[in-house]
Design a protein around this ligand. Sequence first.
Ligand SMILES: [Zn+2]
Length: 69
Amino acid sequence: MSSVTQAYCVKCREKRDINNPQATYTKTGSAITKGTCGVCGTTITRIGVTEAHASVPKPPVEPRARKNK
Ligand SMILES: [Zn+2]
């Protein structure tokens, strides 16, 4: 069991350790972890819930306004 969060870096084209990972949510309510590539410094995002999300309040997702008329 590792606490290191990894994500795919598009620059390295490999999975890299995320530097300074931050658990957050997208505006659509998806759990993501954001950070920078430990090798090249590119911002990388990992999609999915992690342990860290347990302490992060999920923001309310604004329902899309529907215009049915
Ligand atoms: Zn990289």
